[in-house]
Design a protein around this ligand. Structure first.
Ligand code: HSE
Length: 413
């Protein structure tokens, strides 16, 4: 028997408990031993639930139980999750996690501690829910140099954008449904403003390019400014809007950002809807591969955590390292130097003069109009850098014929 502890009995934690119970036989066949939950840590009580038998409010009960070899940290947050994970690793227990916040902030440190103690810190469930992506990057694509990653990495925002696009539903209503379905974070600002996707692209980029990417260096913009009008412009161009976490490898450094992007509906990422996630990886030899699946939700995330529990059980006392130099930090280019092309929505006081200003600053004289947006037009910029785009938009905004720039949405390709 291999003992497991679960830290946190919320959506994912209770899912891990159930997956280990429902699939106990097949899991035991794969590990060669019974995997048994010996303790579940949570501050709350669960009267009448069978978890009461193993429930503890004291982490020391887990730390000091030598039968517990694997700890699933699914509590969320950074400080306490880090403290408990560190203590467990130092005690010779492997830790598996779905907690992208702690992996992005402290993953390097925890992986070093795991290595020193001949145990493992596995993070498959931290990115893309149930989608196998960390292992494929570490194993299947090892002969490649990864050149770029583009991912729909947040289920909540993809669900919101899908419902706004397909059903014309308002943002707030769809967010509430996403919360009820267990996709959203406790504070959904992390989803909506792109912080969750930012942590995930930082983790994936670290794994793919082999050096730690500091998530704080990644430019991040969420979907809170996306309106029905933006979606209508995208539709007019046979396109959709997706929140994308992306990074590109230039050898001496990477560019990285999280932002809503307009994708042609012919792009494979355009058909990824609802809470599904997908990660589109470009290798210098294999070309493009895409990994797709449920990116959020109780059982999909729990299944990924349990996959790591099985891997940890198969490698007790042996550290499995990734090709990730835990002592090196990856240079992330200044966002102002990163290439961009965007759809710019211009509201005007004087249409002709505003168009003249667009031609003067952007060199563009082709415009897009949608129904119901009578005081504005939009245009697609040429290739710019984020820096020149910002400068040109500031100059355009300052023109008397221009009322305001309503949005600038980046375009793929
Ligand atoms: N809140 C996250 C999402 C959960 O919506 O994708 C999975 O990490």
């Amino acid at each position: 028997m291999i003992g497991v502890a679960i830290l946190g009995f919320g959506t994912v934690g209770s899912g891990v408990y159930e997956v280990l119970k429902v699939n106990a036989d097949s899991i035991a066949r794969k590990t060669g031993e019974e995997i048994k939950v010996l303790r579940v840590l949570d501050l709350r009580e669960f009267p009448g639930h069978e978890v009461e038998e193993v429930l503890t409010h004291d982490f020391e009960d887990i730390l000091n139980n030598d039968d517990i070899k694997i700890v699933a940290e699914v509590m969320g947050g950074v400080d306490v999750a880090f403290k408990f994970s560190k203590a467990a690793l130092e005690k010779g227990k492997s830790v598996v996690t779905s907690n992208k916040a702690v992996v992005a902030a402290k993953g390097t440190e925890l992986m070093k501690i795991a290595k020193e103690n001949n145990v493992n810190y596995f993070i498959e469930a931290s990115c893309g829910g149930t989608i196998p992506i960390i292992r494929p990057l570490c194993t299947s694509l090892t002969a490649d140099k990864i050149m770029s990653i583009k991912g729909i990495l947040n289920g909540t925002t993809n669900f919101i954008l899908t419902k706004m696009t397909e059903e014309g539903k308002p943002f707030d209503e769809v967010l509430k449904t996403a919360q009820q379905l267990g996709y959203a974070e406790a504070d959904p600002t992390a989803d909506v403003e792109g912080h969750d996707a930012c942590r995930k692209i930082a983790i994936l980029s670290s794994v793919a390019y082999g050096k730690t990417v500091n998530f704080e260096n990644i430019y991040t913009e969420g979907i809170s400014k996306i309106t029905d009008k933006d979606i209508a412009y995208a539709k007019k161009m046979n396109s959709v809007i997706k929140l994308i976490g992306s990074s590109e490898n230039f050898g001496d450094g990477i560019s990285a950002r999280v932002a809503p992007f307009i994708f042609s509906d012919r792009h494979p990422l355009a058909s990824v809807n609802n809470a599904f996630n997908a990660i589109y990886v470009e290798g210098n030899m294999s070309g493009c591969t895409m990994y797709y699946g449920a990116g959020a939700g109780k059982y999909p995330t729990a299944a990924a955590v349990c996959g790591d529990i099985i891997d940890a059980a198969l490698h007790l006392g042996r550290n499995i390292s990734m090709d990730w130099d835990l002592d090196a930090e990856m240079k992330v280019y200044d966002i102002n130097d990163v290439a961009v092309k965007g759809l710019v929505r211009v509201a005007y006081n004087d249409e002709n003069e505003a168009k003249k200003a667009v031609e003067e600053f952007f060199g563009i004289n082709a415009y897009i109009n949608i129904e119901g947006a009578d005081d504005e037009f939009a245009f697609v910029s040429a290739d710019e850098t984020e820096g020149t785009m910002k400068e040109k938009m500031a100059a355009l905004s300052a023109n008397a014929a221009v009322k305001e720039i309503r949005n600038m949405i980046r375009m793929e390709g």
